[in-house]
Ligand binder design. Structure first.
Ligand code: KE4
Length: 430
């Protein structure tokens, strides 16, 4: 395949950078860490993206997870257009929100009630405020390398774009704000127990990505999640599963369904918006009743539960819950992950591939990747070359070592075969 041309993207990037910081509306899109010009996307359809230079890609980013049914799915588009023709937003309750809440609570039995918001950041920020309101406690415990959006208190040793850009603890956040944020090592229950022994009676909640996706994919080790459940119960803290990425992706019932964990609160996003701005938080009824207007914990949003976004999310979830649909996506993910492992092994390229459900990551390192430290030990320079070479072969992956790759229902066997032959060609020349 000839070298891709990025002329139009380069011009678009220069224009954008005059008016938008870094030329992007979200830092990781700038592809800075991988030394590339971001592809300005003209169109998406099914498993494919086309950029403004006309290059076509097999897409494994899927807008960072939401497009599990593929881009511009006709059923989702029809639902969006039908809703839009009735009006874009009312700032008043609609029946569709209850229908989406119903679909969510059926898939996530731990979520007896749910509140819809507009982004994952809002979902986690609100869940933490709720946990503090319910317990009357101050401390929040998070994990190194986990990313829960960009609320001040959570930008401490954060993953995703914060880690990619080398600012896991952002400037502009007053030290006072993060004084009550405790950070533990992922998969290290001993570390968690030590922190509870020291702060236990003032820890409001533990927030965890039940499968980490923001340091690359890092699965929880045997007993880790249940250990968090036991310790939080022992000390009267709430367990928040941030399933913004893993919800409806690791399994239809998220990571909590996959690992049989019963959290107090759960945050969702991405897939439940089907590509539109919609997220949610929820959990046990006894806690959700603390939320305004019923209770003293305030949270609000002009476009929360937006009818067009709700229509996109509901259509996506309904398509995904059809018999065999999710299983097929997971099977394709496992096939691709295993195929990359086999190629790397055969070519003698040190690589570690973590895959859980319909998400996976490739790390260039000899050692198992089981936490933030081992993820950071991977060769990010090699990853940058891998990214650029893959993109020149028409394979679009996340422009960062510390992100996940996402499979969709739209990817075909031919797409997987093409991807694996591109990976083989790239790893040979890496
Ligand atoms: P948003 O505010 O970006 O909708 O969601 C924040 C968030 C919360 N929790 C988890 C587990 C998440 O993965 C995210 C956002 N994910 C990143 C990608 N790793 C979004 C991409 C971006 O920042 O541009």
């Amino acid at each position: 395949m000839s070298e891709f041309v990025y002329t139009a993207s380069e011009h678009a990037f220069q224009d954008a950078a005059q008016l938008i910081p870094g030329g992007v509306d979200s830092p990781v899109r700038a592809a800075k860490a991988v030394g590339a010009t971001p592809a300005f996307i003209a169109k998406g359809e099914g498993a494919y993206l086309w950029d403004v230079d006309g290059n076509r890609y097999i897409d494994y980013v899927g807008s960072w997870g939401p497009l599990i049914m593929g881009h511009a799915h006709p059923v989702v588009l029809e639902a969006v257009c039908e809703a839009a023709h009735k009006g874009l937003s009312f700032g008043a309750p609609t029946v569709a929100e209850t229908e989406l809440a119903q679909a969510i609570t059926e898939a996530f039995p731990s979520m007896e009630m749910v509140r819809l918001v507009s982004s994952g950041t809002e979902a986690t920020m609100s869940a933490i405020r709720l946990a503090r309101g319910v317990t009357g406690r101050n401390y929040v415990l998070k994990f190194e390398g986990c990313y829960h959006g960009h609320a001040d208190a959570l930008l401490v040793k954060a993953g995703s774009g914060a880690l990619t850009m080398g600012v896991p603890s952002s400037a502009g956040v007053p030290a006072k704000t993060t004084e009550t944020t405790l950070v533990a090592q992922y998969n290290n229950l001993e570390n968690v127990r030590e922190l509870f022994q020291q702060y236990g009676n003032d820890i409001a909640c533990v927030i965890v990505e039940p499968v980490a996706g923001n340091m690359g994919v890092v699965p929880p080790e045997e007993g880790f999640l249940q250990g968090l459940r036991d310790i939080t119960k022992e000390y009267g803290a709430l367990l928040i599963c941030d399933e913004v990425m893993t919800g409806f992706r690791v399994s239809f019932g998220g990571a909590q369904g996959y690992y049989d964990i019963d959290p107090d609160l759960t945050c969702l996003g991405k897939i439940i918006g089907g590509g539109m701005p919609l997220a949610a938080f929820g959990g046990k009824r006894e806690y959700l009743k603390y939320l305004a207007p019923e209770g003293p914990v305030y949270q609000a949003g002009t476009l929360a539960g937006n009818p067009v976004a709700t229509a996109a999310g509901l259509a996506t979830v309904k398509l995904l819950r059809e018999p065999g649909v999710h299983e097929a996506i997971v099977q394709k993910t496992a096939q691709l992950a295993e195929g990359i492992r086999e190629i790397a092994q055969r070519l003698g390229v040190p690589a570690w591939v973590n895959q859980v459900g319909a998400m996976f990551s490739v790390f260039f390192t000899e050692e198992p990747v089981r936490d933030y430290e081992s993820a950071c030990s991977s060769d990010t320079e090699k990853f940058a070359r891998y990214y650029r070479a893959l993109r020149n072969e028409g394979i679009y992956v996340a422009p960062s070592q510390f992100e996940a790759l996402f499979m969709s229902a739209a990817h075909t066997q031919q797409d997987l075969d093409e991807t694996l032959s591109a990976v083989e060609k790239v790893l040979k020349a890496l």
